[in-house]
Design a protein around this ligand. Sequence first.
Ligand code: FES
Ligand SMILES: [Fe+2]
Length: 476
Amino acid sequence: MAEMDLGDLRADNPLKIDNPALIPAARYHDEDFYRLECERVWPHVWQMACRLEQIPNVGDWIEYSNVGKSVIVVRTKDGVKAHQNHCRHRGVPIAGGAGNAEGQHAHGNCAKSGFICPFHGWRWNMEGECTFVYGRHLFDEEVLQKDELALRPVRVETWGGCAFINHDADAPSLRDSLGPVLDRLEARGMSKLRSQWWFATVLPANWKVAMEAFMEGYHVMKTHPQLQHAQPSLYNARYGHETGGIGATINPNLSVRDNVEEALASMELLGAGMAGLVQPKEIAIARDLADAPLPDDPQLAMMTWYGLVCQAITDRLRAAGEDVPDLPRVMQEHPVEAVEFLFPHYFLLTYFTSMSSYRIRPLGPESCLFELWSLTHYPEGQEPEVPREPVMLPFDSPDFPMIPRQDYANIPIQQKGLHSQGLDVVRLSQDREGLISNYQRLIDGYIAGVSGERLAAANRKLGGNFDGPILDLGLD
Ligand code: FES
Ligand SMILES: [Fe+2]
């Protein structure tokens, strides 16, 4: 996208961020700002369109739609392709077409029949070539040029077990846009993970409110108090007054054995509350090591214990036929943050060998579709059936795991609060809530029409920034 005159920026984007720690509240509900995002951000970014296991066979397709643009992602003989989902005759979507408002995820297989437009019956094959025009003689040949009738291609890249699409032919590649975070996640076996389950809900909140609820751990003490009660030393070290940093996760008042118990209790709570992030198979292996011989020094003891747990999980899951990563090695060589974000709307929570992944799409200025996948490894041939559509639940459904349900409790009420008279800005911790500011200012960069290369350079700085500081993104 071309550089714009930055002198016009103020008039263009009246809600531009001036102080990186103060975010204008109207950015979360203003209709003009939402329109700017739809026109200047979404058409230029890499969007996670589907998981590849949803389209395992040649001809399998799925519709991905967001902010009014619908795309067909299809597996062809030559790999995954994407097409604009509109008929070249008079524009009707040729597949699905209901959009995502109700959580629709149209899918099917086009190997035999191709795509058939529901209006007048023109047809296309999976490559996007038009194969049939009903009543061809009724048209002037000039309007039926072969190239013109082909479905418009959309850029697609596959990575990490997912297909990503981008509507901008000139945008830097997925790798150039996201940078080393991709390597770190791949080292964790990202592309080998399979869906265990897939849930979705509609949240009455701006999509950024929903994203930002997961960008810091500072809310754990109040929103998920059970986690802090299970392992107070971790959270006090990270957010309280005590110094010591993230390594100081032991309680000096407890014996080594009680520290191990605290860690196990925390793992079990996370396993129950996040349903899938820490799997029962992993907790059982850790439990078996509760009495492992450990050094007397509590700090050293806990480091040793975590090392033993990681090694045992690797060994035992591999022995059971799972292609899991070498956890002790990747934790040293490719440390990932507890949550890793892929701008703009996809993020992953990591613990041992499994992950939770979340995708958020706006449905309007104050509504969004929020999807959660639990991802884990399976021995070959024992993978469960792939969910082709999410289970739609109300956001306050007791069927959601406890921890996202606790997050969902805050999101709609925050959205209401953002309308309050006198709330001009939300204020951020420069040390712990920096990712929120970094994200928001990258959005401003897109709105301002900054060059793709500079946007990608700024985007690459976002990786590993969960709970992190406000950064200079080089956009001003
Ligand atoms: S609009 Fe598709 S065939 Fe006419
Ligand atoms: Fe949370």
